[in-house]
Design a protein around this ligand. Structure first.
Ligand code: BGC
Length: 255
């Protein structure tokens, strides 16, 4: 198994893409630290699913938008499993608003969870790797919107564009420690973040028409890309984004 004896910390793992990543990394042999904002029914369900698979797993509770929580979560993860080898910065939120009406609280929430969180979690993780030696992996779950404009989601685009440059910078800065840093950029995936979209057939049809492969992504499609970047086959890959979007990002045609 390619992640045998590795420990992975996955943020936002109570549901959606994060849960699929947790389950996939466990299937590949990793022990998994499930991080989320609350110890609730969905976080417990992720844990139960992991244990059903025979994985070693624990729950860490924290708000990644708070620097103190980022540091505590990494420290608790290390205390619990003895080490962390793979950090998956998956937790993410979006808030829809026309730019003229965007509120400070929504901006702070989106930038906090999507960018400040990965920044300070990566810092805490890198300090841990520096102490123990032996390298590690950081995989950020970004979005096609690290490249592609998304009208009415300016804060989300700013956060994901920032995450792209944070990844590129850290790939260089952390390379001497043997830490690789990459992004996975999903397109439209069947998860709670897209619940409204999936409930409105007209909106969904319009979006599907823009996806060359003709379907929404499954969380497992994204998890497979994360597993690749976390595993030994990707040992020489750093500073790059792996897009998993059914062709959405670069879709263009003329009649
Ligand atoms: C967003 C979704 C959106 C998708 C494709 C994702 O990053 O979270 O709301 O449907 O990108 O645009």
């Amino acid at each position: 198994m390619r992640l045998q004896d590795k420990v992975a910390l996955v943020t936002g793992a109570a549901q959606g893409i994060g849960r699929a990543i947790a389950l996939r990394l466990a299937r590949d042999g990793a022990a998994v630290l499930v991080e989320d904002r609350q110890d609730n029914a969905s976080a417990q369900e992720t844990l139960a699913l992991l244990r059903q698979q025979g994985a070693q797993a624990a729950l860490l509770v924290g708000d990644v938008g708070q620097v103190a929580d980022c540091r505590r979560v990494v420290a608790e993860g290390v205390a619990c499993m003895g080490r962390i080898d793979v950090l998956v910065n998956n937790a993410g939120v979006e808030r829809r608003a026309p730019f003229f009406d965007a509120e400070e609280a929504d901006y702070d929430l989106v930038l906090g969870v999507n960018l400040k969180g990965p920044f300070f979690l990566s810092q805490a993780f890198a300090r841990h790797v520096r102490e123990r030696g032996g390298g590690g992996r950081i995989v950020n779950v970004s979005s096609v919107h690290e490249e592609l404009p998304f009208p009415h989601f300016a804060s989300y685009c700013a956060s994901k564009g920032g995450l792209k440059m944070l990844m590129r910078d850290l790939a260089i800065e952390l390379a001497p420690l043997g830490i690789s840093v990459n992004n996975v950029a999903p397109g439209a995936v069947k998860t709670p973040i897209n619940a409204k979209l999936m409930a409105q057939p007209a909106l969904l049809e319009a979006l599907l028409a823009d996806i060359p492969l003709g379907r929404l992504g499954a969380p497992e499609d994204v998890a497979a890309a994360v597993a690749f970047l976390a595993g030994a086959d990707a040992g020489y890959v750093t500073g790059t984004t792996l897009t998993v979007d059914g062709g959405l990002l670069w879709n263009y045609s003329e009649q």
